[in-house]
Design a binder for this molecule. Sequence first.
Ligand SMILES: C[C@H](CCC(=O)NCCS(=O)(=O)O)[C@H]1CC[C@H]2[C@@H]3[C@H](O)C[C@@H]4C[C@H](O)CC[C@]4(C)[C@H]3C[C@H](O)[C@]12C
Length: 324
Amino acid sequence: MCTAATYKTKDFYFGRTLDYEFSYGDEVTITPRNYPFHFRHIGTMTKHYAMIGMAYVADDFPLYYEAVNEAGLGMAGLNFVGNADYKGRESDKDNVAQFEFIPWILGQCASVKEARVLLEKINLINTPFSQELPLAQLHWIIADRNEALTVESVMEGIKIYDNPVGVLTNNPPFNEQMFQLNNYMNLSPQAPQNHFSDKLPLHAYSRGMGALGLPGDLSSQSRFVRAAFVKMNSVSGDSESESVSQFFHILGAVDQPRGCCDVGDGKFEITIYTSCCNTDKGVYYYTTYDNHQITAVNMYKENLDDSYLVRYPLIHGEQIKMQN
Ligand SMILES: C[C@H](CCC(=O)NCCS(=O)(=O)O)[C@H]1CC[C@H]2[C@@H]3[C@H](O)C[C@@H]4C[C@H](O)CC[C@]4(C)[C@H]3C[C@H](O)[C@]12C
């Protein structure tokens, strides 16, 4: 399971948790403006916005899981198993393979508004990257500081939903996830009042009781509700460190500790990494399962007019600061 979220203070932040039972070899990857994206069916994109994000690089192609571009647009792919459906090629459409979708949008669009125009012509096709890397069944969140949307390629075709929460998890389809929020509209960060019965002397015996009923499990529907509640009620200062800290707290609410999600064969789904990108400053912050110190890569410290990928392997292992 994974959870993606947006957060706005002075700057706009975009990130996700990547939950899985193994890692592909994730690296923070910067694609400069002149790196040629050789797409399978729609030619080569030789000049584009620079982007930074988490990717597995195969055959010198950045297979992004999530990224943001220098214009401030972010995009993340999350598992959508059993619902994602990619199509065959169509002559009057932009035939984009699932693994090309993030570069296709972030390479060309400065905003969600611009992405909407490209999405009108898109056909997400069923071409796998390779035999070893078959199609990933995903849906996506695309967001800028003004709005967010969710894109799903399902049996009936492409669905585009406004995403007013700025959160995405996995199944079920996004419109069903959103509908579920109706069931939690009574939750509140405030202390509850007794609406149960005026004949009973009920009282709030603990802080935090306004959110009693917020689901605590790791299912994707529950994580959606929990991340939405935490994000929508989030309060922080707007400095960089306060914003980044708060962002990691929002996603901390859906963190998966090893042992709680058994996927069989002695394997457990865990939060492999958590990311938070300042889309205005091009800084990608991350923590990993076993390294809680926030590490950051600044896209603008690289030559963004270059044509070669810049890759940073993740730093693992706890960095503990001894105080005495
Ligand atoms: C496993 C990742 C999604 C994590 C997630 O949503 N887990 C939820 C588990 S569950 O359903 O809810 O059980 C996804 C997100 C992005 C995916 C990667 C990207 O799409 C890029 C390429 C795409 C290739 O087709 C496959 C390898 C791959 C490198 C993908 C591997 C894997 O499917 C990734 C890493």
